[in-house]
Design a protein. Structure first.
Ligand SMILES: [Zn+2]
Length: 412
């Protein structure tokens, strides 16, 4: 682990500009096969003080090998994500006029879910870059050629030599994970043809602040993006950020369009920058009050949980996403509060949550305990409606930890 001293986007010194400190946690995806001591790392955020930037970033950068060794997330396991990527591919194909001769590279390609959508829509020349070997092998087995690596200049050059220039490079939910954004962006430029376009999707800080989605702050997410700093960054890198859209992924994301040539810039870009300034996203005070809102919400949730227990409810969790770890530590919840956590993806079942060591079990557990009164705290709140709808016959209680929205199951 090392501490960042400068802004990843503009180089301004940030070391004395910590604006938010959450309790230290283990790596959010470090689910373990048996309870054991796990190292905890600080979760402090720095706000770049440059009046033309204002990028928000994690102060502590944990080495990627520590973070990704135990990586157990696979995008294809969630049906709504597959649909999202299908729409995404179709839109990119229309916008850029891609066809069977076009070449598409996806960075952080995971199990190949997005590239599969391009192939299914006739764009068959695709290549993935994915550091987690196990997940890359799943992609390969589904016919998506994948290089097992972190994106770096050597990997970019190798792909350029082997396959020629790319018409499109995509990166989804990875631009928040990369410590060295300059190096990653030049690598993207190396791979792109002169008229090529880079599209990336990343969680949008405006939505995080507005919706109090603080649990999306964890060590894998080293950067919390807004549009204003990115416009200047890409300009400095010799590229043009020419369009941006807000999309609902992960509680609110932006899809950013960047060209390696000059393009007419959509008025949407200036509009979003204006709204970011109006929301004071570049002011330290915004994050002080954000911290206060987190503490208030934690207090409300603990009181709510305590009163449920007084009323005879037993507690479990639903969903074991990475953000569960930040939520548990920030709200001071632990294994005394939860008996088990139900997870749909088989990859995490049989493991224990990072640091708090709550057993992760499959959804069949709900049927086993149906005779008792259970309340399920939905850690995967971005799938709250899907989860509740998918268990319509369950008699327990559902609770959204961020809104305290509460739904009674059938029998209650
Ligand atoms: Zn900056």
């Amino acid at each position: 682990m090392h501490e960042r001293r400068t802004c990843a986007l503009c180089g301004t010194e940030t070391v004395d500009h910590v604006v938010l400190s959450l309790p230290p946690t283990p790596c959010a995806n470090e689910f373990v096969d048996k309870p054991k001591d796990q190292a905890r790392y600080p979760l402090d955020l720095q706000l770049c003080p440059s009046p033309r930037c204002g990028h928000l970033q994690l102060a502590a950068v944990v080495s990627p090998s520590t973070l990704f060794d135990n990586y157990v997330y696979a995008s294809g396991t969630s049906p709504s994500f597959v649909q999202h990527f299908s729409n995404y591919a179709r839109r990119a194909i229309d916008l850029l006029g891609l066809d069977e001769k076009s070449f598409v590279i996806d960075i952080g390609s995971n199990d190949g879910t997005l590239l599969r959508q391009f192939v299914d829509h006739g764009v068959t020349r695709v290549h993935g870059v994915e550091p987690a070997r196990g997940i890359a092998e799943i992609a390969e087995s589904r016919g998506i050629p994948t290089t097992v690596a972190f994106l770096d200049p050597a990997v970019a050059l190798d792909l350029r030599h082997r396959f020629g220039p790319a018409d499109l490079v995509t990166a989804n939910n990875v631009f928040a994970h990369i410590g060295d954004l300059e190096q990653a962006t030049s690598a993207v430029r190396t791979m792109l043809g002169s008229r090529g376009v880079f599209i990336f999707e990343v969680s949008y800080l405006a939505d995080v602040v507005e919706g109090l989605l603080f649990d999306t702050i964890y060590h894998e997410h080293v950067a919390y993006h807004t549009v204003r700093p990115l416009v200047r960054f890409f300009d400095r890198m010799g590229m043009t950020l020419f369009d941006v859209e807000r999309v609902p992924t992960h509680g609110g994301s932006i899809r950013v369009y960047v060209a390696s040539d000059n393009r007419v810039v959509s008025p949407r870009v200036a509009e979003l920058v204006k709204s970011e300034e109006a929301a004071a996203l570049f002011s330290a005070r915004t994050y002080e009050s954000f911290g206060e809102r987190i503490r208030t919400q934690g207090k409300r949730l603990r009181e709510h949980v305590a009163s449920l227990k007084d009323d005879g409810w037993r507690l479990c969790g639903y969903g074991a996403p990475a953000k569960l770890t930040t939520l548990m530590y920030s709200f001071a919840l632990d294994a005394n509060d939860f008996e088990f956590i139900v997870e749909d993806s088989p990859l995490k079942r049989g493991l224990f949550t990072p640091g708090t060591h709550i057993p992760v079990v499959g959804p069949e557990k709900l049927a086993e305990v149906s005779a008792q009164r259970y309340c399920a705290l939905v850690f995967a709140w971005n799938y709250y409606d899907n989860i509740v709808a998918g268990h319509a016959d369950w008699s327990g209680l559902w609770l959204n930890p961020l809104t305290l929205e509460r739904l009674d199951g059938e029998g209650s």
